[in-house]
Design a protein around this ligand. Structure first.
Ligand SMILES: NC(=O)c1ccc[n+]([C@@H]2O[C@H](COP(=O)([O-])OP(=O)(O)OC[C@H]3O[C@@H](n4cnc5c(N)ncnc54)[C@H](O)[C@@H]3O)[C@@H](O)[C@H]2O)c1
Length: 301
């Protein structure tokens, strides 16, 4: 999709972080951007800033965990702006989601936002895009966490030890991000002969984004309320340090991620990675999977 100027981009979760970076960049490209976020006052500030810089932006309050809320936004985008040509399913959270202790609400929340937020976004906008006959693009935001994982070995052999289990609690994040990659891969195949392009963004850590802080502070009461200090630490966050990602190497700016996204939409790239330095982590997982095929081959019954 080469021509962006004059078209409409809807970016969920664009009151902050990577979504905001993408919205700002789309506006610079001459698009009208919908700053779609459940924090309306923050969305309004981002839209004001874009308009002040000469761009075109409309803030809309939306909760991606609620299909009716997304439908209402899509109706408004159709009515007032002539329909969306780009949809970015970006809104996402981290949540306390361990498997070594019983926990339910944190799991439900992360599945609702990170997985159903994408599903509902697609269900709401894709039929409209297909009906319009226009060239459109859908970008789902997963994570590097959506393509890595595994048992941390390269040889498909488990290494049992005597240590106590570590109390990691990012299972929900990894699970939902793998799901977003899987949905995107399936969708790209399904839409191959249509004018709708599909990409999946798999970023690693970026500065000036707020996923740990925002998730810790704004987790709704129905999903357990603001996270406790212990829960934050178990998910890798630390409010005193502003965000966990500030401790990680290879930092990049949301504006750079946004520039990669624009190039990918223009040139029709499917997978979008932001940190070439993280390639060994992906290679390691793939090597382990291939080794498992060697084991399957060796099997003689
Ligand atoms: N920040 C990173 O380095 C990084 C790395 C890998 C992947 N990601 C992914 O990028 C996306 C954005 O992350 P970020 O760090 O920019 O986060 P962020 O917290 O800075 O921005 C996310 C926005 O989503 C909004 N949001 C949360 N729940 C919502 C809901 N139910 N409905 C509507 N809006 C909602 C928040 O209000 C917030 O403004 C996420 O999907 C995240 O998993 C981020």
């Amino acid at each position: 999709m080469d021509q962006l100027a004059g078209k409409v981009a809807v970016v969920t979760g664009s009151a902050s972080g990577l979504g905001r970076g993408m919205a700002e960049r789309f506006a610079q490209e001459g698009m009208t951007v919908v700053i779609a976020d459940n924090r309306l006052s923050e969305a309004e500030l981002v839209a004001e800033r874009i308009i002040h810089s000469g761009g075109s932006a409309v803030p809309i309050e939306v909760d991606v965990t609620n299909r009716d809320s997304l439908e209402a936004m899509a109706d408004r985008v159709d009515r007032d702006l002539g329909g969306a040509s780009v949809l970015v399913n970006n809104a996402g959270v981290v949540s306390y989601s361990p498997v070594l202790t019983s926990e339910e609400k944190g799991w439900r929340w992360i599945v609702d936002v990170n997985l159903f937020g994408v599903v509902y976004g697609l269900q709401t906008f894709l039929p409209r895009m297909l009906d319009s006959g226009r060239e459109c693009h859908v970008l789902n935001v997963a994570s590097l966490a959506g393509v890595i994982g595994g048992a941390g070995t390269t040889d498909n052999r488990l290494h049992l030890g005597v240590r106590k289990p570590q109390f990691g609690a990012m299972y929900g994040y990894l699970a939902t991000k793998h799901a977003v990659v899987a949905i995107s891969e399936t969708l790209a195949g399904d839409l191959r002969d249509t004018p709708i392009g599909v990409s999946v963004l798999c970023p690693a850590h970026h500065e000036h984004t707020g996923i740990w802080d925002n998730s810790a502070r704004y987790r709704p009461e129905s999903f357990g309320g603001p996270m406790t200090k212990d829960e934050i630490e178990a998910t890798g966050g630390n409010l005193e340090e502003k965000s966990a990602s500030s401790r990680v190497a290879f930092q990049r700016e949301p504006s750079e991620c946004a520039a990669r996204v624009v190039r990918a939409i223009r040139e029709g790239h499917f997978y979008i990675f932001t940190h070439p330095e993280t390639r060994p982590a992906v290679e390691s997982r793939l090597r382990q999977i291939l080794k498992a095929f060697d084991d399957a081959q060796d099997f003689s019954g």
